[in-house]
Design a protein around this ligand. Sequence first.
Ligand code: GDP
Ligand code: MG
Length: 583
Amino acid sequence: MSRFPVEDIRNFSIIAHVDHGKSTLADRLLELTGTIDKTTKNKQVLDKLQVERERGITVKAQTASLFYSFGGKQYLLNLIDTPGIQAQTVANFFLAFEAQLSVIPVINKIDLKNADPERVGKQIEKVFDIPSDECIKISAKFGTNVDSVLQAVIERIPPPKVHRENPLKALVFDSTFDQYRGVIANIALFDGMVSKGDKIVSAHSKKTYEVNEVGILNPNEQPTHKLYAGQVGFLIAGMKDVTEAQIGDTLYLHNHPVEPLPGFKSAKPMVFAGVYPIDQSEYNNLKSAIEKLTLNDSSVTVHRDCSLALGAGWRLGFLGLLHMEVFNQRLEQEYNASVILTTPTVPYKAVLSSAKLIKEYKEKEITIINPAQFPDKSKVTEYLEPVVLGTVIAPTEYTGKIMALCQARRAIQKNMTFIDENRVMLKYLFPLNEIVVDFYDSLKSLSSGYASFDYEDAGYQTAELIKMDILLNGNIVEELVTVVHREKAYTVGKSICERLKDSLPRQLFEIAIQAAVGSKVIARETVKAYRKNVLAKCYGGDITRKMKLLKRQAEGKKKLRKIGNIEIPKDAFIKVLKTQPNK
Ligand code: GDP
Ligand code: MG
């Protein structure tokens, strides 16, 4: 690796929306540089997980070191294929711009029949202020013009700013867990060098390790024994838990401490959902599956939780809805776990006014991830809800419909730009909970699939939140308590009542299902009485047979949850709490 001085190294990543061809472009770059064989039918080579291959989404960032000869010189190009589980392309562009990183605009899929790269170039100029003649027009699928991308990487991106003569300073930017070898940390060296056998220290934990193996990803691990500043690769050092190789941590040589790198702003979970085993006897298996999966996906937060209806489980935090779906699919596919996933919620906050509560929480501002902990209005100064800045880009003919949809989601328009004669870019401030479940699907369907959506975290805003109870014949069903915005209370309440009505079996008496805010009922449904007469067949006098039937009926009832005198099968809760399929 010493053959590659800093001037001959370039580090780059491909950033684009889901499905725009990042992984396909990575395949072509791997082929072009001879990293993988060209003859094989390469399809998203860097996507290794089953879920990645099936859904075509990159879940883990993948790295590859490419060797490329250009102008009589051999370069080392380190590629990072980025995950697509957060749609934040526009936001990422501005971050890169602020950090003064070089941006190379690439227009992909020019082979498509209706592709119009000229027009897209003009849009890029309008939105990002990059001259349209800087755009490289390619077809990742057919490899057209892909070599220009590599040449641009060499010509337009400066070599990394690092110092080899300084002591080691390495950034951990990802980590995976291998059953046999422990943690494999992906590292980028900012200063110095690291060799097999070195003693290194984690700036975060101050723990010392001995380096067992270091090397490059090509794209599989290839030991090189040494890595130098400016290079990117992997490191194995007897770490047993991915929390020991925290993303953003700095590694340095034992006895040569360095100022740690600023690291990363840790990704904040934006969507929370309850996860429960379908059967409580599966609890331990599910626990171990969640533990293993989160070892490789440290952006998922885990809290133990307990629901009266669903038993012991967890409340997990995800970066977004797609992230949640992917996690659930991995649980099912990689660990064969069947789970109940409850409707996702967002982290609300409350600023407390009650001295007693402040003392109890040791904080004035608390985050509420479970509706059951929602503090009463009399004990708070204000409630807050998370908001995001959303960007919708769509053909102009859908503008009216999109504006109506955004308005119905309590969004506030911030900006509207026509990026050319037939495309509009709308910016809205959305309450996160309004887009968390089905916004994207609604947007796609009203725009015949043409609108794109991107959002970034925009902090919190004051919100009129209320706690809504669901009652059965006047008794509160604790597992269905929901936090809603005042404006949405009726719609949400009505929908829960309707779903409950459809899933509650009829009983011997009439059941009133009500949604209520405080003592005010805002929605109501009724389940008519039905008499299931188990004795109907036993006219005549066999008393022991009658007793047997009654006993069996009583046993069946034990499995049900009883609220007042109403029996609710677990299934009914699942139907109400589960994420509603919206396709
Ligand atoms: P990613 O989500 O950005 O990583 O996108 P992928 O690389 O997984 O590609 C998404 C889809 O677009 C796949 O079906 C690819 O085959 C297809 N695709 C990628 N590049 C091109 C291209 O240049 N032309 C065409 N026609 N399809 C492409
Ligand atoms: Mg991909």
